[in-house]
Design a protein around this ligand. Sequence first.
Ligand code: SF4
Length: 91
Amino acid sequence: MSETGMKKKYKLVYDRANCIGAGSCVSVHPERWVMNAQDDKADLINATKDEKGEWMVEFTLDELESFKLAAEVCPVNVIHIYDLETGEKVI
Ligand code: SF4
């Protein structure tokens, strides 16, 4: 794979506080989402939390479709994706 293909090109922002625990993200993308039995919200695997309490992770093109799908199926739209180069919102 080319170097550009491996570059972290996207950023996912997850507003976990507003997750209602529907579990749709986990069903479509279990590699990166898991339900937390303690508060019944989804955890984003390998993410970091920012000062606003939002979780984020940067990822490469190969994960874009799966993360996009998770964002699409979330009933409360708390998952968003941004292009790191242009700053544009992907979803
Ligand atoms: S799909 Fe949305 S509301 Fe449902 S668990 Fe995932 S983040 Fe939470």
